[in-house]
Design a protein around this ligand. Structure first.
Ligand code: SAH
Ligand code: SF4
Ligand code: F3S
Length: 501
């Protein structure tokens, strides 16, 4: 549902009318500035890049400073409660800027915007626009309408706005909630259009949108809609474009990449086939993907770790819980035993693979015994890293009807227990790297200055590399290269290394 509202809140519109400046200058002329604050997952990271490109074609440049921006976009995530509050408080922080500059447009995008639409406009008075992910191609058009309610939507040639808004532009502020979802048959993926200087060593390429899974706790199927797989040729062309502009590592992204189905291989194992096709792109050094759903993680997909030389030995395979009865109530479609079997097979085809996972603690009905099974699964699998979350009830999810019966204090206790256990496992997993000489893809200089480079192992561990005695120019030339590095030390989450040559 999408709606338009002419707010009767006179706020800045009245002052602006006094100044005679309610209509903002058209897009031509000096570039206008967009500031983007982003939350959430890799899909949101990807969307931000596409927003920047859409806006750039309409006269905007990205800025790192909210102060002085003409447009502020808060790209929200609705996966857990806290993320949503973060978005609301971010919007509040921009109110003083809006008070100073009534022409500033504050837009809220992403998953909270998609789910809440005009309700969010009511909750957040400073917002002018809420828009869902499918509206990104039309973002510039929506902003233009808010800036100039009397204009036609020249950006897309669509119909003029309603006479109601053109009749009273000075007294009323046009606010838009744009949450229409594109039908699956009509969905077209936005083609990435990066400028050469904006491409880094690692790049994300989307291979699907949405999710058809309906895990009982998860809002994603509501916020991102049905799963649509991107044509393989389009994926390949986009990978080639990033490589031509300097990227060396590509991560294929989607909420459940194993459900990818745009090729139609005779045996239906499309994602494995896509990996093989992308693995062959000239110039590609490393290939990764995320996120995988265990139910769809077939042996053929596992075999790709053995057969595709660019595919890095790293897999994020969210398990969520170690108890089969919790998994069943989560509608995850696999048991503990089936998950462990998949891990066992993976370690046969790729013995040194690094694994990571997501864990939810305190799911409705999770007993102490269930929780103990999560701990024992962590001990058995021995992940290199995990992300763990306390369950939070989300609107519109099947689990909303289940009693949220694990108390907040108990959820925190379980979370701390998980983290404490994982700390020792991560230490052991990172420790195994010490003493090895590993090929590291150099991504840039480490944060502490130009004396250190940073990059990642094939297993996705971050390495800060000491480079004393090397000229900065020589170090600069290593960015984008695979360089042998001796791993000398492991820290809590990262490794330290020395250039080996
Ligand atoms: N598509 C991915 C995960 C997407 S959401 C998958 O299928 O695994 C990222 C993670 O957030 C999930 O893996 C889950 O661990 C966590 N999460 C999702 N909904 C949650 C909720 N309602 N409460 C707590 N954690 C949640
Ligand atoms: Fe959410 Fe499940 Fe889809 Fe992942 S697979 S996005 S957890 S519904
Ligand atoms: Fe969050 Fe939406 Fe991603 S809810 S996790 S930003 S798909």
């Amino acid at each position: 549902m999408s709606s338009e509202a002419l707010s009767t809140t006179p706020s800045f519109a009245v002052d602006a009318a006094r100044e005679g400046s309610v209509t903002v200058a058209p897009m031509a002329g000096a570039a206008r500035r967009v500031f983007i604050e982003n939350f959430g997952c890799q899909m949101n990271d990807y969307d931000v890049e596409r927003m920047v490109e859409v806006l750039r074609r309409n006269g905007f440049e990205r800025t790192d400073e909210a102060e002085g921006a003409d447009l502020i976009v808060i790209n929200t995530c609705s996966i857990r409660e806290k993320a949503e509050h973060k978005a609301a408080s971010a919007a509040g922080r921009y109110k003083p800027l809006k008070d100073k500059n009534p022409a500033l447009v504050v837009a809220i995008g992403g998953c909270v915007a998609q789910q809440e639409g005009d309700a969010l406009l009511r909750k957040i008075p400073v917002a002018d626009l809420t828009f869902g992910p499918d509206q990104i191609p039309r973002l510039a058009e929506h902003v233009r309408r808010i800036n100039d309610p009397g204009s036609t939507a020249a950006a897309t040639g669509s119909a003029p706005v309603s006479p109601r808004s053109t009749a009273i532009p000075n007294r009323y502020r046009l606010r838009l909630a744009k949450t229409e979802v594109t039908d699956v048959e009509d969905y077209a993926f936005l083609t990435a259009d990066p400028r050469p200087g904006d491409v880094s060593v690692t790049a994300l390429v989307t291979i699907q949108k949405g999710c058809d899974n309906y895990c009982a706790y998860c809002v994603v199927p509501n916020t991102r809609g049905c799963e649509v797989s991107r044509p393989a040729e389009e994926v390949r062309v986009e990978v080639e474009r990033f490589i031509a502009l300097g990227a060396r590592e590509i991560t294929l992204i989607g909420q459940n990449v194993n459900a990818y189905h745009a090729i139609g291989t005779p045996d239906g194992d499309d994602f494995a086939e896509l990996l093989r096709r992308i693995n062959d792109v000239p110039g590609l050094m490393r290939l990764r993907y995320t996120t995988s759903h265990p139910h769809y993680f077939s042996r053929k997909v596992a075999d790709a770790f053995r057969d595709c030389d660019k595919l890095c030995p790293w897999l994020h395979l969210p398990v969520q819980a170690g108890s089969s009865s919790v998994l069943s109530r989560m509608a995850r479609e696999y048991t503990r035993e089936q998950y462990l079997e998949k891990i066992e097979y993976l370690r046969q085809v790729c013995p040194d693979i690094s694994l990571s996972t997501d864990i939810i603690v305190g799911y409705p009905g999770e007993t102490e015994q269930d929780f103990a099974q999560t701990l024992s699964l962590l001990e058995t699998v021995r992940y290199d890293s995990i992300y763990s979350f306390a369950y939070s009830r989300r609107p519109g999810t099947p689990a909303i009807d289940l009693p949220d019966d694990v108390l907040a204090d108990e959820k925190s206790r379980r979370l701390s227990t998980v983290l404490a256990l994982q700390k020792t496992i991560t230490a052991e997993r990172l420790g195994r790297m010490v003493g090895r000489i590993e090929p590291i893809l150099i991504e840039g200089f480490a944060r502490m200055g130009t004396a250190q480079l940073c990059g990642r192992t094939a297993g996705n561990h971050t390495v800060n590399i000491r480079c004393e005695g090397h000229e900065p120019a020589a170090l600069q030339s290593l960015i984008g290269q695979l360089v042998p590095v001796r791993i000398t030390e492991s820290k809590i989450h990262t490794l330290v290394g020395l250039l080996a040559s």
